[in-house]
Design a binder for this molecule. Structure first.
Ligand code: C5P
Length: 313
């Protein structure tokens, strides 16, 4: 049987803890982060075509590049280059149903890259490409890509690409605020953090995994998780987009247990105690908070998952 199309579902992520160490010689910062995959999903479908192309639908579609710079396309071509040592593969058409905010700190582009790797491996029946090799390719595409293959809740170390799963029971409920048209470039946020640290003469040591957050996750104590949410990049993101301070304050006033900027932002994640509280907070934020897209999600959820394969006998 030949396969005509493969669809893979992939979640977005937030960072429950993000501790940024010194700038390394390779231009990256040493990190200790706790990634958490949440139930906002992109769907990536690949099928053989005459030419390479990317097509995007969904609420954030107009902000996604559809040329060779699209990370899903880069991922598919990276995998194809491996394959070509054995035999050529046909180009693919990539369709992305985009529900994860774009350039928002939720790793939406990295998610599509992870999904494209898994989908193309399936489409091209590259059974000899083991998960370990796929993870190496994922890390070469971006620091967050390996986590999106795994999902769940996990510690990221190195530049974020080395993944260790974290024991976490139960569910966490989230309300996400994504500013309409508000984006941040990840490198710019890291540069701003370095600038702020330099200005203050802050000494930066090696980042450590946050013991109190990990204990709170093991117990799944929502209030303890809320109290230990932390992001070293938050101050830099707020410095570049001061409206984020208002968003964080509005969420707290409207009943969130805790709030944190996700990754390099500008998406803000609010933790609440239940789905009912998530509905209350999202209604409150929509009515009284700074203008933005309000989304609800729960976590943890799995990483890339094959959801559909269409074949012809
Ligand atoms: O790995 P990724 O391509 O997502 O990283 C984008 C940029 O973010 C890097 O080029 C770097 O400027 C910054 N970054 C960093 N330290 C990390 C991860 C990313 O400085 N650990």
């Amino acid at each position: 049987m030949t396969t005509d199309a493969v669809t893979v579902r992939v979640p977005g992520k937030i960072n429950l803890g993000l501790f940024v160490g010194p700038l390394r010689e390779d231009g990256y910062h040493e990190l200790s982060t706790v990634f958490h995959a949440v139930s906002l999903f992109d769907h990536v479908t690949v099928q053989p075509a005459d030419d390479w192309s990317v097509h995007v639908t969904g609420p954030f579609a107009d902000r996604v590049p559809t040329d060779g710079s699209n990370l899903a396309m880069v991922a598919a071509r990276t995998l194809a280059a491996r394959r070509q040592r054995r035999a050529t593969v046909p180009p693919v058409r990539i369709d992305i149903d985009k529900q994860i905010p774009v350039a928002g700190g939720m790793a939406g582009g990295s998610a599509d890259a992870a999904a494209a790797l898994v989908a193309c491996r399936e489409l091209w029946t590259l059974d000899h490409i083991e998960n370990e090799l796929l993870e190496t390719m994922a890390a070469s595409l971006g620091s967050d890509v390996p986590f999106l293959l795994h999902g769940g809740t996990a510690i990221g170390s190195g530049r974020g690409e080395q993944i260790t799963p974290v024991l976490a029971r139960g569910e966490l409920h989230w309300v996400l605020w994504a500013g309409e048209g508000l984006t941040l470039s990840t490198p710019a946020v890291y540069v701003e953090l370095d600038r702020l640290r330099e200005e203050r003469g802050t000494e930066v040591g090696a980042p450590e995994p946050p013991g109190d957050l990990l204990t709170a996750l093991r117990r799944m104590d929502t209030d303890a998780v809320a109290a230990t949410l932390h992001n070293d990049l938050q101050e830099a993101a707020v410095s570049l987009h001061p409206i984020l301070a208002e968003v964080l304050e509005a969420g707290q006033e409207l009943g969130a247990r805790g709030g944190v900027v996700s990754g390099s932002g500008p998406t803000v994640a609010f933790l609440v105690g239940s789905q009912a509280q998530a509905i209350d907070l999202s209604v409150g934020l929509a009515a009284n908070g700074p203008t933005g897209e309000i989304l609800r999600a729960m976590g943890p959820v799995p990483g890339t998952q094959l959801v559909h394969r269409v074949g012809q006998g």
